[in-house]
Design a protein around this ligand. Structure first.
Ligand SMILES: C[S@@+](CC[C@H](N)C(=O)[O-])C[C@H]1O[C@@H](n2cnc3c(N)ncnc32)[C@H](O)[C@@H]1O
Length: 208
């Protein structure tokens, strides 16, 4: 199923307007694997970080708690970012907010760390994945690291009612091409708020 940029925006806007943040299947109280992988690739608090498709995730809160000073978040849903801004209160002022579709977005600066949990797997068309990787490369500093989590090959076939592309670690890293070196991989069993298990594949890569 191919969604236009306008359909993607309205799909996600509707969800964040209608659902409680802690009721969506991807909700997690603590972004444990993301933080473990950022640690594993040696992320330093002075490095610029971008969380792509951040939704209302508390990763940004956790990174602020750890002293990260150059944080950017991007999501196609303005409502998702509003939820995060309200939660953060005055701390929101130190974060760079981008309401944008990553497939349409043109980065205006470079990042040392790019994080994506459960966004890349929605790109079921090769042309969408190529576009994402091209944007990613244009947004990275030399030696940057990329942390991506998707549904695993034994994970669900859909997320939020949309079909997903499922990956094992080699397949996921391979999709990003030779420009990236695979540093770390993880398999995660995510427990949804309804206590279902969703298996994720995670990779951490470095731009060669
Ligand atoms: C499954 S949720 C994951 C949210 C967050 N990363 C987390 O782990 O809680 C997917 C998120 O990606 C956003 N999203 C989906 N497609 C996008 C796109 N093309 N560009 C930017 N954001 C997108 C949605 O609005 C939603 O917030």
């Amino acid at each position: 199923m191919f969604l236009s940029a306008a359909s993607r925006e309205s799909h996600w806007e509707q969800i964040y307007r209608q659902r409680a943040v802690d009721s969506v299947s991807w909700y997690q109280q603590s972004p444990t694997v993301s933080l473990e992988l950022l640690d594993a690739v040696g992320a330093r608090p002075d490095e610029p970080v971008l969380d792509v498709g951040s939704g209302a995730s508390v990763l940004v809160d956790a990174l602020l708690d750890r002293g990260f000073s150059d944080l950017s978040v991007l999501d196609v849903s303005a409502s998702a970012l509003d939820l995060s801004r309200s939660r953060l209160g005055v701390r929101a002022g130190t974060v760079h907010w981008h309401t944008a579709d990553v497939l349409e977005w043109r980065p205006e600066r470079h990042y040392s760390l790019w994080h994506d949990r459960a966004v890349f797997h929605f790109l079921t068309q090769a042309s969408e994945r190529e576009r994402y990787v091209s944007t990613l490369k244009s947004a990275l500093r030399p030696g940057a690291r990329v942390v991506v989590g998707t549904f695993s090959v034994d994970g669900p076939e859909k997320c939020s009612g949309l079909p997903v592309q499922r990956y094992d670690a080699d397949g996921l890293a391979g999709t990003f091409g030779d420009a990236f070196e695979l540093l770390e991989q993880r398999r995660e069993e995510h427990h949804t708020p309804r206590d279902a298990i969703q298996v994720f594949t995670w990779v951490a890569m470095r731009l060669r």
